[in-house]
Design a protein. Sequence first.
Length: 888
Amino acid sequence: MIGTIVKKLFGSRNDRELARIRLTVEKINALEAGIAALDDAALQGKTAEFRQRLANGEALDALLPEAFAVCREAGKRTLNMRHFDAQLIGGIVLHEGKIAEMKTGEGKTLVATLPIYLNALTGKGAHLITVNDYLARRDAEWMGKIYRFLGMSVGVIQHGLSDAQRQESYGSDVTYGTNNEFGFDYLRDNMKFDLASCVQRELNFALVDEVDSILIDEARTPLIISGPAEESTDKYETVDRIMPQLLKKEVFYTLDEKARTVALNEEGVTKAEELLGVGNLYDPRNVEILHHVNQAMKAHVLFKLDVDYVVKDGQVLIVDEFTGRLMPGRRFSDGLHQALEAKERVKIENENQTLATITFQNFFRLYNKLAGMTGTADTEASEFNDIYKLEVIIVPTHRPMVRLDHADLIYRTAEEKYEAIIDEIVATNKKGQPSLVGTISIEKSETLSTLLKRKGVKHNVLNAKQHEREAEIVAQAGRKGAVTIATNMAGRGTDIILGGNAEMLMKSEELAPEDEGYEERMAELKTQCETERGEVLTAGGLKIIGTERHESRRIDNQLRGRSGRQGDPGASRFYLSLEDDLMRIFGSERLSTIMEKLGMERGEPIEHGMVTKALENAQKRVEGHNYDIRKHLLEYDDVMNKQREVIYSQRRMILEGADLKATLLDMADETAQEFIAETMDEKAHPEEWDLEGLKARFTTHFGLRVEQDGDKNLLIGASHKLDYKTMLPEEVLDAAEKELEALYEEKERAIGAARYRDFQQYVMLNVVDNQWKEHLLIMDHLKEGISFRGYAQKNPLNEYKREGHGLFEEMIARFRQEVTAALFKVEVEERAAEAPLQRKTPTRTVEHRGDVTMAEEPHTVKRDHDKVGRNDPCPCGSGKKYKKCHGK
């Protein structure tokens, strides 16, 4: 109540932010006439002027009004497109590192040029992240004309580029590409053995298009690079053969559609044990078999052909659940993909072991500044703020929205619903009004297509199987009487222009711009499209027909948002049935009772605000549940992310060759300290010290000679003799450190400083990669079993953090010991011709997205001070060496 009164008096935060931003827009508009008076050379010279002003200490924010005015003028001269005031508002929001919610058709592609140009002036690069390769190519070419006119270079990252091509693109002022490509390049760079082959530079500014799709919908699936584990695939076929008998009756398993889980019950476990011939499926020795049974159950019960995946050319290809696109080259993790291959009787590829992984949540938080734009973000504003610290600002439309959003119609059965949809499409088509029909799966889009064919209605189907024609189909979906069936419209990226898109129509004419007759034909097509536009406007604009509600209101809003662009008329309505997944899982019983009480006849729908409200509440519950899952996964992934930050920064330091000698000697000192602590307990009497054990450790590990004379005095190396009766562990450590440094210098002289340094780098990189790979596997196993700690009244997350930290410390100790053992014991072997040490990044790798149901994945932590060596002065200011002060 009080909040409502305050809002009425002072306006919402969004209103106050817009009022503040409009003051800057006025400054930009005031500069327009002066900037327009400049000739091309003077306008282009502004980029160098801005860069010089930045170098002189002027802030980027201070340049904003003039830089935006220059970019606007460049848009007018190169594309004949002028940024509206609403687009300037969007550009300012994005520059400030926020999310701009801008409705479909408001020109987000053009808006992006403003903050991208401004932030690219720093020389550190600006990245524009899109959802597919087509949009990255299109926008880089289309908007690239503005940047190139202003003297900036433009690159685009696409699948299949070489390292050299990627380096060139990342080295550009502006780089376009998909979220997957940027993420995988980050992982690949952290697997490289040569600094010169790394492709990315500092992650400076990222502007994410369709930000809700990338940062929320895809947040649960990590990017994974894996290598073959070289294991037999027979077990997948063996387990798959028993599935028909286990799935014959639901008495053997329990299915929770809300949580999207399936599991054998007691009867099912007994049946599986009998079919597989194993005594106890839960015996630790059978844990692998149990894992394969669980994955096969998922493959058969939860994952549907032509909904979650398709089979094409003998391969199982994932369908992106949010965009409906195929994802070739991507694989589900943890054996699920192999289980699907066994189910569909195609070749089963070897299971892979994870080599590197990161979630989009953590990758995008690596950027110095992050911004995003979308047509639908406000419903997820709290999540953007909680996870990414991104505020959502709703940008007003350039023209008022006049689309009519009708209440849902709800039928008793799917059959009745489809009859009503077909009748509506036929009626809409007859009056020349275009319709866009949204479905939630390939299977349902093809069912609808079959029904329309029977009625003789000409139509286009846009789903994962039609990816190549996607932009062409979408561009013409606004033509007179057009009928377009589409799976999820998230991220389609092409505006539906009423009357049709003349440029897209021209592409099918096979005439190049330089060909004779091109201009005349283009003029004809433009006239044709303008005529059709008038007819379509008279018919009521684009009609949106939703065939089912999605779990997320945001994705329903994305479908609706395809209509009513830039003040055009339009309409939308969802047709539902009690048999729809969302209705069936979340509350169809209550609605069914209402329908019975009302005495509904066959084919008669309910249309009532109360029903629509009940549905929206169901969607809110699902959204809340999914947010909780994402937040939970992030909490787990934060543990791995902190560890990855440490490993990747250490690896980068090794790759850069920054003082490897100091690094190696520090590692040797710490290893020596561990040996001394194990054998010379300060609390024990010297007679109880295990000096034989100490000698053995130093000799076998470092090749350092440690002996005792007749009086038991300790001889370390060639020049250190310690009195047995008075020596202290710290004196032994000091002597060992000096001898290890002498041993290092001896190796350096014998091998050659440059060769020894190369060998150190080679060994360190090999060992850190192998240890990290094994650690990822161990952490996966820990995560799989950690939920059982809840039965012991322990918090699984706290247990995961505690044990994960312990495992990480153990891995670091193994890394240190393996490196020091190899590098202090290396011997010189003369050869006729010395070839430089080379180690290439593994080539037999697979890049894929994780299984969303298993993706318990990562918060970015940066060290705020340099690593302190053991022999460095202690940072506390005591004047002592670190090892003798706070390094104890």
